[in-house]
Design a protein around this ligand. Structure first.
Ligand SMILES: [Fe+2]
Ligand SMILES: [Fe+2]
Length: 498
């Protein structure tokens, strides 16, 4: 009986202390809502966005205001994996911190709370935090803030389990807010927006930052609604924090990355180095828990493919890591996933389809990577399956700008092609390959793709903001050539392997 009374007393103490903690942590006079299920937002009809011409004066996404100052927050927050009803917020904390996000629809009172948790427990033994917000309304503005649980400072004494101790019972949380912490969910209706893409930023840190800032100011990145880094963000990943977080992600966050979603896509360089296996700790895609994913924005369906290293997984050479031995598993898994994506209703009903990957399904000269993409895609996107038609494939890797002209042995390039390319006969959509350091041509390029009611309008620029190529893809796949040899990229002949 005594034992039962003691247990009841302990239960009351725990509930009382939890209640006290909740009251201290909750915003005053506002109810606290924990872990909202997808139904927290009642379905509301979304007004279709009026379709018209592309705005001549797009709203420029402001760079970050004052960076949020907290010794507990080391990187981010960055927005990624956008969708019509979801958004992922990533950030890196000091060691042994827990982390979460509070968010609400702009202009409303109620904040909702989601934690980076595993089976109900805060994840403390990983500094990389990722919180997927779900059940959101399409085409709606949200604001958010971070909540960080600092490291625990003492262990619990289980002999004192019925003794109140505020240092244990009231967990101190740090809430981090900023005017930059907001986002707009993608629309599921026809809508005008711009995607900016660059690739192969394998430059010294200062050059990488200069290029990004110039793209932001001169190239159109500042006005884009979605930004993608298409692989080779650095040369090698022996130190992930330096190679990718400090020299790339931090810079993107400073250029609006807390309120404009970014896609961080793995190239072959991200397969190299002693810490290259950390990629998914930072950037695992929500549905696949891997490096490939798909999503829909307005009338465009995007497929992001993982195209691997540029050589087979040799066992520990000077250059290539033997740790890539499992790549074949990844490609087979990806092929299985891709078949279901192509059969899905969002893909089949999309007006436009765009693929983003570090290398291309055709128009590149490297056999290993060509074979890899062929293994992933099979025949899905070949011309005998018009129901799966792709409108545009955007890639990088070769460090030579190139845009194919479907159905012809001609491409737009800045140089004369040096090698025969692969598989041009099988595909009816254009492949763009963005530039990179060395390799002839220029050092880097930014592609801006505007999604318009009847076309994808594409302009590719150099770091100074000068156009080097331009074209548009219509819904039926026809290409409007807006270059016609008037821009630096010129039509040249090319040889395709069968
Ligand atoms: Fe590269
Ligand atoms: Fe590459």
């Amino acid at each position: 009986m005594k034992k039962l009374a003691l247990r009841l007393l302990v239960g009351v103490v725990i509930l009382a202390s939890m209640n006290g903690m909740a009251q201290r942590f909750a915003p005053r006079h506002r109810p606290r809502v924990i872990a909202p299920p997808p139904v927290i937002f009642a379905p509301v009809p979304v007004q279709p966005v009026v379709v018209g011409n592309v705005p001549t004066q797009p709203v420029v996404v402001a760079p970050a205001a004052a960076p949020a100052a907290s010794p507990l927050l080391l990187h981010g927050p960055w927005l990624t994996y956008p969708d019509t009803e979801a958004m992922t917020i990533g950030f890196v904390t000091a060691p042994l911190c827990g982390g979460g996000v509070e968010f609400r629809e702009a202009g409303t009172e109620m904040w909702y709370q989601l934690w980076h948790a595993n089976a109900g427990k805060l994840v403390r033994h990983r500094q990389q935090h990722s919180v997927r917000l779900f059940g959101l309304k399409p085409n709606t503005e949200y604001e958010y803030r971070l909540v960080i649980a600092p490291p625990l400072t003492r262990t619990l004494d289980h002999t004192l389990f019925n003794q109140k101790d505020p240092t244990v019972m009231v967990q101190r949380m740090e809430r981090i807010s900023s005017p930059d912490y907001h986002f707009h969910t993608f629309s599921d209706q026809p809508t005008l927006y711009t995607l900016s893409v660059t690739a192969d930023l394998q430059f010294p840190a200062a050059v990488k930052e200069r290029i990004l800032r110039n793209y932001y100011s001169n190239g159109g990145m500042g006005a884009s609604h979605l930004f993608a880094v298409l692989g080779d963000g650095d040369n090698v990943f022996d130190n992930f924090e330096y190679s990718y977080m400090k020299t790339l992600v931090d810079k993107i966050v400073q250029l609006g990355g807390s309120h404009r979603p970014s896609l961080f896509i793995r190239g072959n360089h991200e397969w190299r180095g002693m810490e290259s296996d950390l990629w998914c700790d930072y950037f695992a895609a929500p549905d696949t828990n891997s490096t490939y994913f798909s999503f829909r924005c307005g009338e465009v369906y995007y497929i992001v493919l993982e195209t691997g290293e540029d050589c087979p997984p040799y066992l520990m050479t000077e250059h290539f890591s033997g740790d890539n031995v499992a790549e074949a598993q990844l490609f087979a898994e990806q092929n299985y996933w891709l078949q279901s994506v192509v059969a899905s209703e969002p893909f089949q009903t999309a007006k436009f389809r765009v693929v983003l990957s570090h290398t291309a399904i055709y128009s590149h000269a490297e056999k290993h990577m060509h074979d890899t993409v062929a293994q992933i895609c099979g025949d899905l996107f070949k011309k005998q399956f018009p129901q799966n038609k792709i409108h545009l494939w955007i890639s990088g890797h070769t460090h030579c700008y190139c845009r194919t002209i479907p159905g012809a042995s001609m491409v737009y390039q800045l140089d004369v092609p040096k090698y025969a390319l692969y598989s041009g006969e099988d595909y009816t959509f254009p492949c763009v390959t963005l530039d990179g350091p060395g390799g002839g041509g220029i050092e880097n390029t930014l592609l801006n793709m505007s999604v318009e009611p009847d076309r994808l309008s594409v302009i590719v620029k150099d770091e100074a903001g000068q156009a080097i190529d331009a074209f548009a893809v219509l819904q039926d796949g026809a290409i409007l050539d807006l270059n016609n040899n008037t821009l630096p990229a010129k039509q040249v002949g090319v040889t395709y392997h069968p």
